[in-house]
Design a protein around this ligand. Structure first.
Ligand SMILES: Cc1cc2nc3c(=O)[nH]c(=O)nc-3n(C[C@H](O)[C@H](O)[C@H](O)COP(=O)(O)OP(=O)(O)OC[C@H]3O[C@@H](n4cnc5c(N)ncnc54)[C@H](O)[C@@H]3O)c2cc1C
Length: 422
């Protein structure tokens, strides 16, 4: 694996051979989550494909020339030509493997895969998801001397890691950078001795048998499972959104706002996340337009006041996005007035979307009792409908989703499990 600069791009990448190139940034949790997968895969595929990394912030001209609009972005080259689809955002190990496999002969793929040895490990408790809920459960279980493993598809921290500032977590007088708050939570749990398996792909979850298969070849077994997988941002569903994700459309202000210095962006949404993240994005941009479907913002009063006072922010009420189109370096957002049905186009350098969340339950949704919105039903001890399986945090059916409520759920589940296993 090698770090290159823009000056070396022609010789290292375009001069021939097979190359995978990682454009990464600092303060970018998905970039950190990718780093360990990238390193691991370089050990497997390194004889066949050259693994290169390039710092996006330090090589902005090249990033722009290659239309890299999001961190991390993986590009694949064969003999100087870009091949395979680009991968960006929360990149899955299996997607990288799919692209790498397509670049080398089948017999080499079989040889590489035959060198991987399956493994099995056993714990008392598996926690799926290392956000505030999972980390707190891990801390309490560890302090009760219960052998616990935390498994996450990304790095520890959950949503807090990508929230620019948290001002309502008790114990801190000044607002805390979300990244630091989540880092402290994670270090506290890790220091206690909880085992971490993070930035992995979850291949299979068997709630009845209490088994989780990660990265295809590693089976983790336990007596209890806690689901703490949180939520994922909703998509608008407008044409062009999926295609432009990572190419001008972003769902993470802390990851991407810094690339819009002196530029114009649009934020879709009007709730707390949209309004608070807009305030943060204006540290960089010269103009920001919030597009919101209702005639007033739904964020809390304090956040709204800040936005109304911010001269860089204007708001287009009662409009919804209908299409996102790339025109050169710009994104054209077609919006429709929900009352008059009149359409207009807004030209910007980038679009950020914050329109609510959906629960991460794909791997087990058919096995658990859910509420009408798809959130997991629990009892007061956080037990789900499956014996020995608990759920905590934003993924459960409840009224208020905050860091404080997630850590409370994690505490309750851990204490209930500690009592059961005692
Ligand atoms: C933009 C934004 C700003 C916010 N600001 C605040 C604030 O200021 N104050 C506040 O109190 N709350 C705030 N919140 C809400 C707060 O972040 C959440 O309530 C809290 O993070 C929930 O914690 P959690 O552990 O349940 O889930 P999350 O924080 O969502 O963590 C879930 C974890 O599970 C992992 N995961 C997902 N799927 C799987 C899987 N299949 N297997 C294993 N792991 C998986 C994820 O990678 C993640 O690490 C904000 C939320 C957002 C989106």
């Amino acid at each position: 694996m090698k770090e290159i600069t823009a000056a070396e791009f022609d010789t290292e990448v375009l001069n021939g051979g097979k190359v995978i190139l990682d454009f990464y940034s600092t303060e970018c949790p998905p970039c950190e989550a990718l780093a360990s997968k990238f390193e691991d895969l370089s050990r497997m595929y390194g004889n066949d494909v050259r693994f290169l990394k390039i710092f996006r912030q330090g090589n902005r001209d090249l990033s722009e020339k290659l239309a890299v609009k999001s961190s991390p972005t993986l590009l694949f080259f064969n003999n100087g030509q870009e091949v395979s689809s680009r991968l960006t955002g929360g990149i899955k190990r299996s997607d990288i493997i799919r692209n790498l496999d397509s670049m080398i002969p089948d017999e080499r793929v079989s040889e590489i895969k035959s060198q991987i040895k399956p493994s099995v490990s056993e714990f008392d408790v598996i926690i799926l998801g290392a956000g505030p809920g999972g980390l707190t459960a891990g801390l309490y279980l560890c302090q009760s001397k219960i052998n616990t493993v935390l498994i996450d598809i990304a790095l520890p921290g959950g949503h807090v890691a990508t929230t620019h500032e948290v001002s309502n977590y008790p114990g801190f007088i000044e607002p805390q950078a979300g990244y630091m708050l989540s880092h402290s939570m994670s270090e506290q749990t890790k220091l206690c001795g909880t085992i971490y398996k993070v930035a992995v792909d979850i291949t299979k979850v068997d709630l009845e048998k209490k088994e989780v298969v990660i990265d295809e070849y590693e089976t983790v077994k336990a007596k209890r499972i806690i689901i703490a997988t949180g939520t994922t941002p909703n998509l608008t569903g407008a044409p062009g959104e999926k295609e432009l994700k990572g190419k001008g459309i972003s769902y993470c202000a802390t990851c991407d706002a810094k690339y819009y210095n002196d530029k114009e962006v649009i934020v879709i949404g009007g709730g707390n996340s949209a309004v608070e993240e807009s305030e943060y994005i204006t540290r960089f941009v010269k103009k920001l337009t919030i597009v919101h479907q209702f005639d007033k913002l739904t964020a809390n009063k304090q956040a709204q006041d800040k936005v109304f006072k911010n001269p860089k922010i204007s708001i287009l009420f009662e409009n919804e996005p209908r299409a996102f189109i790339k025109e050169g370096d710009k994104i054209v957002t077609e919006v429709e007035n929900v009352k008059t049905k009149m359409r207009q186009t807004l030209v910007s350098d980038g679009v950020f979307i914050f329109i609510g969340m959906k629960p991460n339950i794909e791997l087990f949704k058919d096995k658990l009792a859910l509420d009408q919105w798809g959130y997991i039903k629990t009892d007061e001890d956080m037990r789900t409908s499956v014996q020995g399986v608990y759920a905590v945090g934003d993924v459960i059916s409840k009224k208020y989703r905050q860091i404080t409520t997630a850590v409370a759920d994690g505490t309750i589940a851990a204490m209930a499990i500690a009592k059961e296993l005692d």
